[in-house]
Write a protein that binds this ligand. Structure first.
Ligand code: GRG
Length: 295
C-alpha cells in the first residue's frame, strides 16, 4: 500500500480551505463590515482543518467533484468556528485565548461575537445550498449538518456538558456527551464526503460512520490528555481548565497512559473499519496522525 504523506497533504489542503473560506465571506455591506471582519477573524488564520480534510478523504473514495467536497468542507468549518466562538463566551467557557490569539468576544466584544457566531452558522447553510453537488446530495448534506450541529447533536452535547458541570460523571455519560459535542460534527464531515460523491448509503457510508465514531472519541480522549499535559504555546489556548474545574475527563478516569492506550485502541478500530476502502492509506495515516498530535 502507498503511504500517503498525510501531514503535508493536510497542510496543503488546509491552505486551499483557508483561501476558499476567505472568498466565501466578502463584506456584505461597508456599514456592517465589523461583523464580516469578526467572522473572518474567527474562521481564518488557524485551525487544523481536520473536518474538511475528512470530507475530502471520503469524497475521493466516493468519486466526488473536488469543488463540491471543498465547499461541503467549508460549510463544516463555519459551523465548527461558530461553536468555538460561542463556547468561548463568558456565559459558557469564558476563554480568552483560542488558536494563539484573543477569542472573538475579547477582540470584538460579546454582542458582536454572538452575532458573528450566528452569522457563521447561518452562512454555512447558504454555502451548502450553493455547492456544485447534485441536488439530492445537497439536500441530504443540509439535513446531516443541521442535525449534527443542533439539539440532537453538538448543542445537545454542550447542554449535557453544562448540566453535568461540577458532577462526577460515568464513563457512559462521558461517551454520550462527547459523541454529541465533538463526534456529531466529525461524523457529518465523513458523511458529507460520501454524499458529495452521490454515496448516500451502503458499505462505504457505514464504514465512514464507524470510522467517524472511533476517531471522534479518540480525538476527544487526546484532547482531554492535552488539556492536562499539553503545551499551551503549541495549543494556542490555556490548559489545565478541566482539572481546575473538577471535570470528569478521560485523563481523570484513566490517567495519561490509560487514556493514550484507549485512544490507540480506538484508532486501530477506526483503521480496521475502513481498510477495505482505504487503498491509498489516507484514512489510516490521518487517524494515526491525530493520535500523536500535540495541538
Ligand atoms: C453550540 C455553543 C455551542 C457550543 C458547542 C463543540 C462545542 C460546543 C464547543 C467547542 C469547544 C470544544 C473544546 C469542543 C471539543 C471538541 C474540540 C476538541 C474542538 C477543537 O477542535 P479542533 O482541535 O480545533 O479541530 P481547531 O482549532 O484545530 O479547528
Amino acid at each position: 500500500m502507498t503511504v500517503i504523506p498525510v501531514q503535508e497533504e493536510l497542510r496543503d489542503y488546509a491552505a486551499r480551505v483557508e483561501a476558499r473560506l476567505a472568498a466565501l465571506i466578502p463584506d456584505a455591506d461597508p456599514e456592517t463590515a465589523l461583523i464580516s471582519e469578526a467572522m473572518r477573524y474567527s474562521l481564518l488564520g488557524g485551525g487544523k482543518r481536520i473536518r474538511p480534510y475528512l470530507t475530502y478523504a471520503f469524497s475521493r473514495l466516493a468519486g466526488a467533484d473536488p469543488e463540491a467536497a471543498l465547499d461541503f468542507g467549508c460549510a463544516l468549518e463555519m459551523v465548527h468556528a461558530y461553536s468555538l466562538v460561542h463556547d468561548d463566551l463568558p456565559a459558557m467557557d469564558n476563554d480568552v485565548m483560542r488558536r494563539g490569539r484573543p477569542t472573538c468576544h475579547v477582540a470584538y466584544g460579546e454582542a458582536n461575537a454572538i452575532l458573528a457566531g450566528d452569522a457563521l452558522l447561518t452562512h454555512a447553510f447558504s454555502v451548502l445550498a450553493n455547492t456544485a453537488a447534485p441536488d439530492g446530495a445537497v439536500r441530504r448534506a443540509t439535513a446531516e449538518l443541521a442535525d449534527a450541529a443542533g439539539y440532537a447533536g453538538m448543542v445537545g452535547g454542550q447542554t449535557l456538558d453544562m448540566l453535568t458541570e461540577g458532577k462526577t460523571v460515568t464513563r457512559e455519560t462521558l461517551v454520550k456527551l462527547q459523541r454529541l459535542k465533538t463526534g456529531a460534527l466529525i461524523r457529518a464531515a465523513c458523511r458529507l464526503g460520501c454524499l458529495s460523491g452521490g454515496v448516500f448509503d451502503g458499505e462505504l457510508y457505514t464504514a465512514a460512520d464507524r470510522y467517524a465514531e472511533k476517531i471522534g472519541l479518540a480525538f476527544q480522549v487526546i484532547d482531554d490528555v492535552l488539556d492536562g499535559v499539553g503545551d499551551p504555546a503549541l495549543l494556542g489556548k490555556s490548559v489545565g481548565k478541566d482539572k481546575a474545574s473538577g471535570k470528569t475527563t478521560w485523563l481523570s478516569l484513566l490517567g495519561e497512559e490509560g487514556a493514550r492506550d484507549y485512544a490507540t485502541r480506538l484508532t486501530d478500530e477506526a483503521i480496521s473499519a475502513v481498510t477495505p476502502f482505504d487503498k491509498e492509506g489516507r484514512l489510516a495515516a490521518l487517524a494515526t496522525l491525530l493520535l500523536g498530535r500535540n495541538k
